[in-house]
Design a binder for this molecule. Structure first.
Ligand SMILES: *Cc1c(COP(=O)(O)O)cnc(C)c1O
Length: 398
C-alpha cells in the first residue's frame, strides 16, 4: 500500500526504547522537521499533520511569528526565576485576562500543573470533595491522575488524593452528587482524550448554576479546547450564558503553540483564594515561554484564526460526512477539534493506514478518531485530508 521507508525511523525508535523509561510508547514516527501543517520524518517521509502535537501547534510548525518570538527572547533574557519578573509575563497575563474575562492568573509549564494549581485553589475553600466526570482526562501528575476518569491511569498509583468522586456526565448525576461539602467540580467542555466527546446540551450552564448554589467552584479544563481551537477563544464562552463565568480555567497546549506553558486563570472571589507563598514554580512566567505564548495568541488574534477554526471546522465536518463511508457514525466536537465515531473498533487501523498514506490523525479509542489540525489550515489542506482520510477508511472497513 505504501512506499514509505522506515529504516531510520526504526533505528531511532530502537535507540529510544533502549534509553527511555518503559512508560514511553513506541513512536509512530521519529520526526525531523515541520513547516505549516506538514512534517517530515527521519527517513524523509512527508505527512499532513492533522493532530498538531495534540492540539498544541496552533500556528502549525516553524511559523515565522513563533520562530521570531523564541529567537528574540532567547537572545534577550530567557529565565529570571520568580524572585524577578519580566515584561512578557505581565503582557501575556493581561492578554489572557482580557480574552477570558478573568481577574488573576498563575503560570506554570504544563496542563497537569495548571490542574494541580486548581486542586490547591479548591482546597482553599476549606472543603476537600471534588467531582469529576467519567471519561475525563486532567493529566498524569498524582493530583491530576486522581481526577482522571480512566481507572488504568490511577490504579497502579493508589492511594491518590482522597475525596474525588467520578460521576456520569449527566445533569441528573451532578444534581445527585452535589452538596455543600463539594470544593469543586472539574469539567472539560469537550472531552478530548476520550476521543472528542461533547457534554450533554446545557450541561455547563447547569453545572454553573448548581456549583453556585452550593458554594462550590466550577473549574473548567480548557487545556485542549482553549486558544481558539473550538471556534471561540474558549469553549465556555459558547456554553455558558453571556456574562457568566467559571471560577477557574486551566490552560496549556495551544496557548504556547509548541512552547511548553500552562496557566490557571481565576475569576471573581476565586481569584483571591491563593495567598502569598501558597503556590509557585521556578519556571512559572518564564520570559521565553510567556513571550512566545503572547506572540502566538497575538497571531491567532491578528490573523483571525479563531474565525478560521470555526469556518474550517464546518468545512471539515461536511467533507468527512461527504465521504459517505458506512464506517462513520457521527462527528462530535467543534471547530478544529473533531471526533469521528466509527461503527467498528477499527480506529487504530484507520490511523495506521492514514499514517502510511502520509496523514496524521489520532486513534483516541477503538471507535474514535481525533482530528486537531493547526488553526492555519485552508482549502488545500482540507482537500488533501479528505482524499487521504477516505482512502484510509476504505481499507479499514474492507
Ligand atoms: C493534555 C491535557 C491535560 C494534561 O496536560 P499536560 O500538559 O499533558 O500535563 C489535561 N487536561 C486536558 C483536557 C488535556 O487535553
Amino acid at each position: 500500500m505504501s512506499t514509505r521507508t522506515t529504516t531510520q525511523n526504526d533505528a531511532w525508535a530502537e535507540r529510544l526504547a533502549a534509553v527511555g523509561m518503559k512508560s514511553i510508547p513506541r513512536p509512530l514516527a521519529v520526526l525531523a522537521r515541520g513547516e505549516g501543517a506538514r512534517v517530515w520524518d527521519v527517513d524523509g517521509n512527508e505527512y499532513l499533520d492533522f493532530l498538531a502535537g495534540i492540539a498544541v501547534n496552533s500556528l502549525g510548525h516553524a511559523h515565522p511569528v513563533f520562530v521570531d518570538a523564541v529567537a528574540k527572547q532567547a537572545a534577550t533574557i530567557a529565565h529570571v526565576s520568580n524572585y524577578f519578573a519580566t515584561r512578557p509575563e505581565v503582557e501575556l497575563a493581561e492578554r489572557l485576562l482580557r480574552l477570558t474575562g478573568g481577574q488573576r492568573i498563575l503560570f506554570g509549564n504544563s496542563g497537569a500543573e495548571a490542574i494541580e494549581a486548581a486542586i490547591k485553589l479548591s482546597r482553599r475553600t476549606g472543603r476537600t470533595r471534588i467531582l469529576v466526570l467519567e471519561g475525563a482526562f486532567h493529566g498524569r501528575t498524582t493530583g491530576a491522575a486522581a481526577l482522571t476518569g480512566k481507572a488504568a491511569m490511577r490504579e497502579p498509583f493508589l492511594p491518590l488524593i482522597p475525596g474525588v468522586d467520578h460521576i456520569e456526565p449527566t445533569v441528573e448525576a451532578l444534581e445527585a452528587a452535589m452538596g455543600d461539602d463539594v470544593a469543586a467540580v472539574f469539567v472539560e467542555p469537550i472531552q478530548g482524550e476520550a476521543g472528542v466527546i461533547d457534554l450533554p446540551l446545557g450541561y455547563l450552564a447547569e453545572a454553573r448554576r448548581l456549583t453556585a448554589q452550593h458554594g462550590a467552584l466550577l473549574i473548567l479544563d480548557e487545556i485542549q479546547t482553549g486558544a481558539g481551537r473550538t471556534g471561540d477563544w474558549f469553549a465556555f464562552q459558547r456554553d455558558l450564558p453571556a456574562g457568566s463565568f467559571p471560577d477557574a480555567v486551566a490552560l496549556a497546549k495551544g496557548i504556547g503553540g509548541g512552547f511548553p506553558i500552562g496557566a490557571l486563570v481565576a475569576f471573581g472571589a476565586a481569584a483571591e483564594l491563593l495567598q502569598p507563598g501558597q503556590h509557585g514554580t521556578t519556571f512559572g512566567g518564564n520570559p521565553l515561554a510567556t513571550a512566545t505564548a503572547d506572540a502566538v495568541l497575538g497571531e491567532i488574534e491578528g490573523a483571525g484564526l479563531v474565525e478560521n477554526a470555526r469556518l474550517r471546522g464546518e468545512q471539515l465536518r461536511t467533507a468527512i460526512l461527504g465521504i459517505g463511508s458506512p464506517l462513520v457514525t457521527g462527528i462530535q466536537g467543534r471547530g478544529l477539534l473533531l471526533g469521528v465515531g466509527l461503527a467498528d473498533p477499527v480506529a487504530g487501523t484507520v490511523a495506521a493506514r492514514a499514517l502510511a498514506l502520509g496523514l496524521i490523525v489520532n486513534a483516541a479509542s477503538d471507535r474514535r478518531i481525533r482530528i486537531a489540525p493547526p488553526l492555519i489550515i485552508g482549502d488545500a489542506e482540507i482537500a488533501e485530508f479528505t482524499r487521504l482520510f477516505a482512502e484510509a477508511m476504505k481499507g479499514a472497513s474492507a
